[in-house]
Write a protein that binds this ligand. Structure first.
Ligand code: FES
Length: 576
């Protein structure tokens, strides 16, 4: 009989020699499982987000087979199961609305089943945080395996990147610089293989976070989805999870405060998505690791952007992988004293042992700390009377001259109002205006959609205006760019000061001083607040209602208030 460890919950199911043991084993055997699989070997759940409605994860059946092979090779017993899959490209009103629901699915599926450890198959944006959040709450050994980015998009001799190039092309279409035929042609050129968005958008950022946190295998961030080495990585993860179960290395031993600090600095060095701020805070809260908004600003300061990747730069994830990928970035951080070198990873080695000899093959793609791609990267956290609980901006994606700006507000009360008026030639707006969008936060949209990088009005685009200051309680796609102040907290729908902004009010942004101020006297704001009425939830039943009643603000990770903290893997015995 295989040696059992204290982590092996599965023996409570399969190790029983009674009526219940018969029931548990017999049903599993209906697909041809031999008796010796129940000898106490670690049972590994392969948590699969495969779905044809999540195109980025549509190759996950293949990845799962490689994980299974690895588990079997290491003497484990793999059992694959589906969980709710969140596809960014199709799901309405926004996949973010369902991140917390999917995390509950993962948590309960792991806890309720005879699983000793889990491999989490993640890819499209929200699938990564939702699976990590759920696994963190159960605190079993776990490894995340990302599905990998698509190959680079190719259009008329140039590289085109998911999202980033779509924003550019749609603005060119609206400005009359691109025909509809050209626009349609580009669609088939952009996404031409399996995988997730191949810019440094949220999916690539979160795949990088998986690697920097140490909860994924070295190389996880960038190996293209269709590169055979992605399958090798999946197989290696299958082997390693068996060892982690045997060693009792639960996810909380990997996801420590030190690991989160490493991830925050790595995010700055890759010019990663602002969405990582919300997701990492949410994951940390599940584990009881203290991680505040200010940590992003403090730890990210002094970290330069090293990765010349869209949307901050010009290359794509395929180029990043060939240049050395995240290991080359982590080595730079480590050599600059910006890495907690002893943070443990799922490989069984420290983050520094994994990366200290990582090569770089192209310094135009991955720069050094001495000669960075962009100086002073990271996420700037703003405070002021417009965002007392914080707001964020990504300086590497913004226009430098707009980082200190004062302008009059052009206010959109919600996303419908924005769409109704933005194309109107009579809209009273110029390039110095500050565009303000309300009611797109966690409660407001609901789900905090990625609409914070509002498209500019066509009449200004035609005049060659390329960026303006935009402020909202929404998020921004990791593939997007612009001087966008995001995640304003408290949000408008929760009665934040954003709800009180009126057309023509002066707003001052000073990123260097980390300030965002609504230049309206406090007395006037109190009067406006007295007249403010809270919006009703858009749907008053089901999950939408649960979400509206319990979602926290962006500064707290936008998780549901009752999901903070881990409750472990204990489950009461069956009552048969
Ligand atoms: Fe899935 Fe971009 S749509 S990662």
């Amino acid at each position: 009989m295989a040696k059992k460890t204290p982590q092996q919950r599965s023996i409570q199911w399969f190790g029983r020699q009674d009526l219940h043991g018969f029931l548990y084993r017999s049903w599993v055997r209906n697909r041809g499982v031999p008796q010796d699989q129940f000898d106490g070997r670690p049972v590994i759940g392969i948590c699969n987000t495969y779905s044809e409605l999540t195109p980025c994860n549509s190759h996950f059946r293949i990845i799962a087979e490689h994980v299974k092979a690895g588990v079997l090779e290491a003497g484990g017993f793999p059992l694959e199961f589906p969980v709710m899959s969140l596809g960014e490209s199709l799901m309405r009103p926004t996949a973010m609305l369902y991140r917390n629901l999917a995390s509950m699915d993962v948590e309960e599926s792991l806890r309720g089943n005879p699983v000793d450890g889990a491999v989490l198959l993640v890819g499209c944006d929200k699938t990564t945080p939702s699976l990590l959040m759920g696994a963190a709450s159960v605190d079993l050994p776990a490894i995340a395996v990302s599905g990998g980015p698509m190959l680079s998009g190719k259009y008329r001799g140039t590289d085109v990147g998911s999202g980033t190039s779509v924003w550019q092309m749609s603005e060119d279409l609206r400005a009359g610089k691109l025909t509809l035929e050209e626009f349609h042609e580009a669609e088939s050129c952009m996404h031409r293989s399996h995988g997730h968005c191949m810019t440094m958008g949220t999916a690539s950022t979160m795949a990088s976070m998986v690697e920097a946190l140490g909860v994924g295998m070295p190389g996880n961030a960038a190996i293209p989805a269709v590169d055979a080495r992605r399958n090798v990585l999946a197989r290696a993860a299958g082997r390693r999870i068996v060892e982690l179960v045997k060693g009792g290395v639960t996810i909380s031993k990997i996801l420590t405060r030190k690991a989160f600090e490493n991830a925050i600095r790595a995010n700055a060095a890759i010019g990663g998505s602002t969405n990582a701020v919300i997701h990492l805070i949410a994951i940390a809260r599940r584990l009881g690791v203290k991680l505040a908004l200010e940590d992003w600003d403090r730890l990210g300061r002094g970290v330069h952007c090293l990765a010349n990747l869209m949307p901050s730069g010009k290359y794509l994830m395929e180029d990043f992988y060939y240049a050395g990928g995240l290991p080359a970035v982590l080595r730079e951080l480590g050599e600059a004293g910006l890495l907690n070198r002893d943070a443990l990873t799922v490989s069984g080695k420290s983050i520094w042992e994994n990366n200290r000899e990582a090569p770089c093959w192209n310094r135009d793609v991955i720069h050094t700390m001495k000669k960075p791609f962009k100086k002073h990267s990271g996420i700037a956290v703003l405070r002021g009377n417009l965002c007392p609980d914080g707001a964020v901006i990504k300086p590497s994606a913004a226009t430098p001259r707009l980082m200190k700006h004062r302008g009059r507000a052009v206010v959109f009360e919600n996303i419908e109002d924005f769409h109704a008026r933005i194309d109107d030639p009579k809209l009273d707006i110029d390039e110095r205006s500050v565009m303000v969008l309300k009611n797109c936060g966690p409660k407001g949209y609901p789900g905090m959609a990625e609409v914070g990088n509002m498209p500019l009005p066509p009449k200004l685009l035609k005049r060659g205006v390329t960026d303006m200051v935009r402020i909202s309680d929404a998020r921004m796609s990791g593939t997007a760019y612009g001087t966008a102040v995001l995640h304003v907290a408290p949000e408008a729908a929760a009665g934040g000061a954003l709800a009180l902004v009126q057309e023509g009010d002066l707003i001052e942004l000073d990123v260097a001083k980390r300030k965002l101020e609504l230049l309206v006297p406090a007395r006037e704001l109190r009067k406006r607040k007295a007249r403010w009425k809270a919006p009703k939830p858009r749907l008053s039943r089901g999950y939408w209602r649960l979400y509206f009643d319990h979602v926290l603000q962006a500064s707290e990770g936008a998780d549901l208030d009752f999901l903070a903290g881990k409750s472990g893997a204990f489950v009461p015995r069956d009552s048969h």
